[in-house]
Design a protein around this ligand. Structure first.
Ligand code: IVH
Length: 714
């Protein structure tokens, strides 16, 4: 934990370090040692702000500079590397099985219940054994991830293990070192603690989980059933570099062992507070001390009602006796401690019948079997269909029409078949037959060697065209509001758009031909399409729907070239040299650009003025360190676009004037609050014209303006 003064100090220090790149580079060994130590402190602080508190105080760019400065020192003086240096999170390469290690204290499970009655029984037992009328409980969320045990010796993170069989677990230290919310060093010694073992959970937040599964689907991989499986699978990967990409987090919720024993915090609440203050991610803010079981029940119910809004998947609440003094008299069964219990929320699983299977054509022609289910309620939502992904998935689970299946709906994602209830079979179940021809265009389906899915390879297949249009308009691609699947379908059926290039030539009058479109909706869609022209090269590359190119890959590609034509001409071997691009992806990109019909679409986009180049050359960040605030209407572009420009040039864009603001850019009819605040703080005020001059070397705003075409036509 950092005091406000310390935070100010660390922010000042960061600024100073950022202003002295040359001194750092030239530092002799003694000076380098001092710099390294300060850099480590500020980087740890920024990690904490970013990963634990989710409120970073420097830009990613500045963070990278600090990190790079430390790495440079360490490569010049390797003897200065310390095991707790933030640079040592960078994954080391290992392969093979994981060694096993014995836990300091056995990792038991938790007793659990779904009913208030059983919670009251639990409380009665505790009160009887302890001999008190009322017990103080500490109540906190029960995270649904993968259990881990972390060991810190002399303040250093020395070992991280899976739960294993409870007695021994797998040593996954190199993997856990890549998890940003696990400090590599924590000041336990300040509290007299020499060795400590802490329990926790590796998690993936719901949003990351959704993205991760989308990327897996884009890459033709089966998605994970739920964030728990994704987390558990990720921490056991053999290559820590792969683990580092998985955006894992860890929360810690129990101190299980301390040396010397006398330094074990006396209550659960204090244990968590200690961990929280040492910079761990903990349930500290979400836990509550409750007097008596009725308060516990109230608190659990409150959480149950907000569970869906929580960023992590929760499967209940954990109720722990707060005073650890009582742990001894309460004791353990072989399975769980008697001083804690989990109050589980309604499960997000249910069984139902698979009625039939239909086959859907995807954006790149992949045929996906979709199971139609007897409708069933899961976690408050009616589920009536479920993806069966591909033939391998169906074979592996031995899914047949008529089967009773266990369905899970976790992390607000698509439902998933966990397993078939084989015991429920009566012999009438039928195997799932794959079609030979595309259900949309009738052309013969192919199955390429090494691939799990059947594909329709007719590029003009109507189902694919419609999905390509929809994908182009999606939020992560060109973000064209109003271009959903039904509109895309209508555009295709009316002959108005056969590819994404056609969209930019549509006039509001054309859009009026669409069913249910009136002046206002036609105008809105027209403007949404026109306004999407400057989203940037990465969004275009993602939006084109090239096989295996998810938005992470698209971003990498866009950073490696000046414009789309450079990419189109790049040989596959050079593509594969780009970090993170493997051979399969490189070949898919090459294949895409070799097709004349795709090049024709790109030319159409270019003629329409869609931006197909990067704003700046990599590494060039003329607005670095500057913070811009805009007020009043801008003539050049939308405020959103102005913000995009500032960020693409390395600056920051903010909505309110503060001490950190470098320029307040004033458009027409500026707001008085921002102006007077700028005056008060002595922030420099500039006109829109001055802003344009500042960036015109890098971004041609005038051209953008000309090309964004006329406004409303009605
Ligand atoms: S305490 C012996 N607290 O739930 C008590 N466990 O179903 C140690 N879990 O194995 C566990 N959130 O992996 C505890 N706030 C929390 C938890 C939690 C999730 C997991 C843990 C445990 C499992 C039991």
């Amino acid at each position: 934990m950092y005091t406000p003064e310390r935070e100010r100090e660390l922010i000042e220090l960061s600024k100073r370090l950022l202003g002295e790149p040359d001194r750092i580079k030239r530092a002799d060994k003694e000076e380098a040692r001092r710099y390294a130590s300060i850099l480590r402190e500020v980087i740890n602080y920024h990690d904490y702000k970013y990963y634990v508190q989710a409120s970073p105080v420097v830009s990613d760019y500045e963070y990278d500079l600090l990190f790079k400065a430390l790495k440079d020192i360490e490569s010049r003086y390797p003897e200065l590397i310390t095991p707790d240096s933030p640079t040592q999170r960078v994954a080391s390469e290992i392969s093979g099985e994981f060694p096993t290690v014995r836990h300091y204290a056995p990792m038991l499970s938790l007793d659990n219940t779904y009913t208030e009655e059983e919670l009251r029984d639990f409380d009665r037992r505790v009160r009887e054994l302890v001999g008190l009328d009322e017990i103080e409980y500490s109540v906190e969320p029960k995270y649904d991830g993968a259990g881990i045990a972390l060991v810190y010796r002399n303040d250093l993170f020395t070992r991280g293990a899976t739960r294993g069989d409870g007695e021994t677990g797998e040593d996954i230290t190199p993997n856990l070192r890549t998890v940003r919310t696990i400090p590599l060093k924590a000041d336990f010694s300040e509290f007299g603690i020499e060795l400590i073992e802490i329990r926790g959970e590796v998690l993936i937040n719901k949003e990351e989980f959704r993205k991760m599964n989308q990327e897996r689907l884009d890459e033709g991989l089966p998605p994970f059933a739920n964030p728990r499986n994704a987390a558990a699978g990720s921490i056991r990967l053999q290559n820590p570099k792969e683990v580092a990409k998985r955006r894992l987090e860890a929360v810690v919720y129990q101190v299980s062992y301390v040396e010397p024993e006398s330094k074990h915090p006396p209550t659960h609440y204090e244990s968590i507070k200690l961990l929280h203050e040492l910079g761990f991610k903990t349930p500290f803010k979400d836990m509550k001390l409750c007097k008596g079981i009725e308060e516990v029940i109230d608190y659990c119910r409150q959480w149950e009602s907000v569970r869906e809004d929580y960023p992590y998947e929760l499967d209940g609440m954990v109720v722990k006796v707060n005073n650890k003094e009582f742990y001894e008299v309460l004791g353990f069964t072989s399975h769980h401690p008697r001083w804690a219990i989990a109050f589980k929320f309604k499960p997000k699983q249910a069984t139902t019948k698979l009625l039939k299977v239909v086959f859907q054509v995807g954006r790149v022609g992949t045929i996906t079997p979709v199971g139609k289910l007897e409708p069933v309620q899961i976690g408050g939502v009616v589920v009536s269909s479920v993806s069966l992904f591909n033939e391998d998935f169906i074979k592996e689970k031995d899914i047949r029409v008529g089967d009773t299946v266990l369905i899970e709906r976790a992390g607000e994602v698509i439902p998933y078949v966990v397993e078939v209830i084989k015991e429920a079979r009566d012999g009438d179940e039928a195997p799932i037959e794959f079609p030979k021809n595309c259900p949309s265009c009738g052309s013969k389906l192919v199955k390429l060697p090494g691939e799990a899915a059947y594909r329709c390879i007719n590029i003009a297949c109507p189902a694919q065209v419609v999905l390509r249009l929809k994908h182009w308009g999606s939020r992560e691609a060109m973000d064209i509001r109003g271009l959903g699947e039904s509109t895309a379908k209508a555009l295709y059926e009316k002959g108005l758009a056969r590819d994404v290039g056609d969209l930019y030539y549509l006039k509001p009058l054309d859009l009026l031909k669409l069913p249910n479109f009136a002046e206002k909706s036609a105008n809105n869609l027209y403007e949404a399409i026109q306004n999407s022209k400057n989203r940037g090269l990465d969004r275009v590359l993602y939006g084109l729907g090239i096989r295996y190119v998810g938005h992470t890959t698209a971003k990498k590609l866009s950073e490696s070239v000046r414009d789309i034509w450079e990419l189109a001409e790049m040989p596959a071997e050079r593509l594969a040299d780009i970090e993170g691009i493997g051979e399969i992806v490189a070949n898919s990109i090459k294949e895409f650009f070799l097709r004349e019909e795709n090049l024709e679409v790109i030319r159409k986009l270019e003629r329409a003025g869609v931006k197909l180049s990067r704003d700046v050359v990599k590494g060039e960040e003329p607005l670095k360190g500057m913070v811009f605030v805009f007020t009043g209407a801008l003539e050049c572009c939308s405020r959103e676009r102005a913000g995009e420009i500032v960020e693409s040039l390395g600056g920051l864009f903010s909505n309110s004037v503060s001490k950190k603001t470098t320029y307040l850019v004033v458009g027409k009819e500026p707001g008085r609050t921002k102006l007077s605040r700028a005056e008060q703080l002595g922030v420099k005020v500039i006109t829109e014209e001055e802003f344009i001059n500042m960036v015109s070397k890098y971004v041609d705003i005038e051209k953008e303006k000309r090309e964004s075409g006329p406004g409303r036509l009605f």
